[in-house]
Design a protein around this ligand. Structure first.
Ligand SMILES: Cc1cc2nc3c(=O)[nH]c(=O)nc-3n(C[C@H](O)[C@H](O)[C@H](O)COP(=O)(O)OP(=O)(O)OC[C@H]3O[C@@H](n4cnc5c(N)ncnc54)[C@H](O)[C@@H]3O)c2cc1C
Length: 394
């Protein structure tokens, strides 16, 4: 692919940065990663504010085909994500905008697209993902929650878990066993549901550091209209595979890292420890340079995926490679930052906490990225099977 931007793309890139840097000035302090956005009232209010600002400009539907109000270019989505990451601005619902919308565009019926895409583009409806269960994560197809068809409805019973932001979400998309007698992978249906449906209960699951991002969701005879079925009845596994590709491609993460690297380099150039600037320590210099190279590699991977998605050619392996590389880079980055700060790097707040305690929180949260959206071990299996053609282990 050609990595150069066209003059029009460059102009739009500057516009995305200008708007995001304005929005950054309105950010409440402190916002600490996902924990601050999804887990605090002020963080979530700010998220919704930014989302509406993007919606007003048509930026939540940038990559959609023109007939649905988009520009039809995934590169714009990457450029916006870069501007958001660089300026630390939230506002893209990862589930509605990032996953469900492209999935509906790929495999949804015309009726579903007409009903569900416009509220996503206007940021009127926030979504959550209802897939994992206490005994079905990596082996998702082993799930047991049921959706049994009764006339023009499905009646749902069972439990989901690890549901990010379900406590703030208006709607959820989920996968359920619709044919209890059917063969594995051919007995599941993919459904959309209003989270206020009677019979749906959301309960919080707290992180060890107190963050409220995750939830459990219980279904007790929840009735969902059959017209909310995506794809074929009992054919939900195919929809899961399409959506998982969008979930794992994580294209915007790199810009946040670029900005963070600049800030850490600045810190090292200003801070003296034992009579020496941190930036003169050969080990720190070496690790920072290595990190800078890896961030560039990840950026290239992100552009490549956008290009593949534009041509509808994204392979399972590419999204998995991005997922593994970006989440493990996030871990390495947070560990390096905390190492650079030394013992004070463990202070979470107050005047002695370097960079407002951001990095110790980032380190604590960095591990979850290697588990969510399918663990990195599973992604490595996908790369081995579909990318490298290696045999499956018995
Ligand atoms: C922060 C976070 C957010 C999440 N958000 C959501 C959400 O919004 N919605 C949702 O539905 N789910 C969500 N999840 C759940 C996530 O998808 C699951 O945690 C993940 O798929 C792993 O499933 P599990 O936890 O059951 O682990 P298990 O599947 O029990 O795996 C346990 C360990 O065994 C390894 N393992 C399992 N099978 C294999 C194999 N075949 N080969 C090699 N290793 C294997 C795994 O890699 C892992 O290390 C979230 C998880 C986290 C951590």
């Amino acid at each position: 692919m050609d990595f150069r931007l066209t003059p029009e793309q460059e102009k739009r890139r500057q516009e995305y940065h200008a708007v995001c840097s304005e929005l950054a000035l309105k950010a409440p302090h402190p916002i600490l990663g996902e924990k601050g956005i999804f887990g605090t009232e002020h963080g979530w209010k700010y998220f919704r504010y930014c989302a509406k600002e993007f919606a007003k400009r048509g930026w939540l539907s940038l990559s959609w085909p023109a007939e649905y109000g988009g520009r039809g270019d995934r590169m714009d989505q990457v450029l916006l994500a870069e501007a958001m990451g660089y300026n630390g601005v939230p506002g893209i619902d990862p589930f509605g905008v990032g996953m469900l919308a492209p999935t509906l565009l790929a495999v949804g019926s015309e009726e579903l697209k007409k009903e569900f895409l416009p509220p996503i583009a206007r940021s009127d409806v926030m979504w959550c993902e209802l897939w994992s269960e206490p005994n079905a994560g990596s082996d998702l197809a082993a799930l047991t929650a049921t959706a049994i068809r009764k006339g023009d409805e499905y009646v749902i019973n069972g439990q989901k878990t690890w549901n990010t932001n379900a406590h703030n979400a208006d709607w959820g998309f989920g996968i359920f066993k619709s044919d209890p007698e059917g063969k594995k992978h051919r007995n599941l249906s993919f459904l959309l549901m209003d989270m206020k449906t009677p019979g749906i209960t959301v309960r919080p699951l707290y992180y060890m550091n107190g963050g409220h991002i995750l939830n459990e969701v219980y279904f007790d005879d929840a009735h969902v209209p059959a017209r909310n079925l995506v794809g074929k009845e009992h054919g939900g596994w195919a929809v899961v595979n399409v959506l998982a590709g969008f979930e794992r491609s994580n294209m915007g993460a790199v810009a946040g890292m670029r900005r963070a690297l600049e800030e850490i380099v600045h810190y090292c150039n200003e801070t003296i420890v034992n009579g020496q600037l941190r930036s003169r320590d050969p080990i720190i210099r070496n690790r920072l340079a290595q990190l800078a190279c890896e961030i560039e590699a990840m950026s290239t991977l992100g552009y490549r995926i956008a290009d593949q998605q534009n041509r509808d050619e994204m392979g399972l392996m590419d999204a998995s490679a991005m997922k593994v590389f970006s989440t493990e880079l996030e871990e390495r980055f947070a560990a390096l930052a905390v190492d650079i700060f030394g013992p004070s790097g463990q202070i979470t707040e107050g005047r002695w906490a370097p960079m407002g305690g951001h990095w110790i929180n980032a380190l604590q949260e960095s591990f979850v990225g290697t588990i969510s959206a399918g663990t990195n071990e599973i992604q490595r299996n996908i790369i081995a099977w579909y990318g490298l053609g290696l045999p499956r282990m018995k």
